[in-house]
Write a new protein. Structure first.
Length: 395
């Protein structure tokens, strides 16, 4: 039997499940239940959930729940599990009001996508999912996560729907790295996916990644605990980068100050708020987001990502580009003046050809010969010619 769950705060079930936060939710066929509502199927722990929103935006949700033995009756614990997953303990109205008061564009997105929620996911599955997100598209990420789930060898049933549970770190270590390598990962995946996932499972098993402990740590400390940075000037193999760490911190460790920066967010934030020829670093974007939106920066970032995923990156970018001249206030005046000056190396005005190999390429309209210069310098080094002779020849 379906259980009904009231959500008192603004809530849009379909938007929250399909915007690209979690990768194991899929829409059921319209005739699965035949009641005219849109149903979604997903796995939470060892539970197979079918869920639908009744009455449109802000309406109650109706769900069915199954396990290894098929459908069962919902309990109070199941209600609490879903309320926790949808972060009903957040004062969502206050969060919306806070980030809207800081920026007009974010306020417009809040009005455009009311009820969007940051989901509270299981940390281990969230970490593995976002390892699969590197250089990959959402449909391919879903396929990769589904492939990994088959390693659990544990299935749940609900009607004609059968889904596997997600393998624990111990199960990953049991099947060994070879089982991960043999999976059919989709898309432009990074070839080190299996080794990164296996290394993460080993860290969790050894206690070096303690998700429960990280929930009580400050955001910056929890992020560093997730990451494997540089050691003695070298990048640690099988490491977890800043973007993945921020995603896990935001979506499973209750760190709403986290602001994940990927290729799309970097581009949209630069065009809408910075407007620089050379995009700012991820560190600078994160610092800007936290200075502007504070402890709710993660929600602001999800609204930006939600707009990109709903209308498409090209449309969102063109809209931002038209408004950037009126909104950019962070650009350095000295940088803007510098672009209009003549080349400080050779004295050439903007738009003319430079006579030196580099250092001037940010000048507006200034054409340089970097490619030729680099090729000449490379050839000169092979002949062990002094660099000064190369520069003289370029002039």
């Amino acid at each position: 039997m379906a259980q009904e769950l009231e959500i008192e705060q603004p809530f849009d079930l379909e938007l929250s499940l399909t915007m690209g936060q979690a990768f194991r939710w899929q829409e059921l066929t319209p005739d699965f239940y035949g009641d005219g509502h849109k149903w979604f199927s997903g796995v939470l722990g060892e539970n197979l959930i079918h869920i639908s929103q009744v009455g449109g935006l802000n309406g109650p949700v109706r769900y069915r729940i199954g396990g290894p033995d098929g459908e069962r009756s919902a309990t109070v614990a199941d209600n609490d599990m879903l309320r926790c997953y949808f972060r009903e303990d957040d004062d969502i109205a206050a969060i919306y009001a806070d980030i809207s008061s800081q920026d007009d564009h974010i306020a417009e997105l809040v009005r455009k996508y009311p009820g969007m929620r940051v989901l509270r996911q299981e940390p281990w599955e969230c970490l593995v999912s976002y390892i699969c997100s590197r250089s990959n598209k959402i449909p391919n990420i879903k396929q990769c996560v589904s492939e990994i789930a088959t390693l659990s060898r544990q299935t749940m049933n609900l009607g004609d729907d059968e889904r596997p549970a997600f393998p624990t770190p111990e199960r990953i270590l049991e099947v060994k790295l070879e089982a991960l390598i043999e999976l059919e990962f989709a898309g432009r995946f990074n070839r080190d996916f299996p080794s990164v996932i296996f290394a993460a499972a080993q860290r969790v098993h050894d206690g070096r990644l303690d998700f429960d402990e990280m929930k009580s740590l400050p955001y910056s400390v929890a992020k560093q605990s997730l990451m494997q940075g540089k050691r003695q000037g070298r990048k640690v193999p099988n490491g977890i980068g800043a973007k993945i760490a921020d995603c896990v911190a935001l979506m499973s460790l209750d760190k709403l100050a986290a602001f994940p920066v990927d290729t799309h967010i970097r581009k949209l934030v630069n065009e809408r708020w910075f407007g620089w020829e050379k995009p700012p670093s991820d560190t600078r974007i994160l610092r800007w987001a936290q200075d502007c939106f504070g402890l709710n920066a993660g929600y602001a970032g999800q609204f930006i990502f939600c707009d990109r995923s709903q209308v498409g990156n090209r449309t969102a970018s063109s809209t931002s580009r038209r408004e950037v001249q009126d909104t950019v206030k962070t650009r350095s005046r000295s940088f803007e003046d510098h672009r209009a000056r003549q080349c400080p190396f050779c004295g050439a005005p903007p738009g003319s050809h430079c006579k030196t190999p580099g250092g001037h390429y940010l000048l507006q309209g200034h054409k340089d010969r970097r490619s030729r210069a680099r090729r000449t310098i490379r050839n000169a080094r092979r002949r062990r010619s002094p660099g000064s002779a190369v520069r003289r020849r370029l002039r």
